[in-house]
Design a protein. Sequence first.
Length: 101
Amino acid sequence: MNYLIPANTKKGQLILGIFRPIDLIIFGVGISITMIFMAFLPMSSTLVTVIIMLPALITGFLIVPVPYYHNMLNVIAELIEFLTNQRDYKWKGWCVERAKK
């Protein structure tokens, strides 16, 4: 009696098989800020237009799927965790007692 677990079991818990609720909230806030900027700021030059679009572009970049991770937000979180945590790994292998003698 072997049980085979499908590789995509986590996708069933995601919205559209890709997004977590927090991902959609982050993207919604970015789109909302962009819409508010578009309503109240004049888009007179290309630079101003790019600046107005930045919140939507940045949040869209954060939720884009990445292989071996969920999305760029997870990649950045893992990178920060790696850089800020202890990296002095203690050896606890099978020959640790033999090495002490």
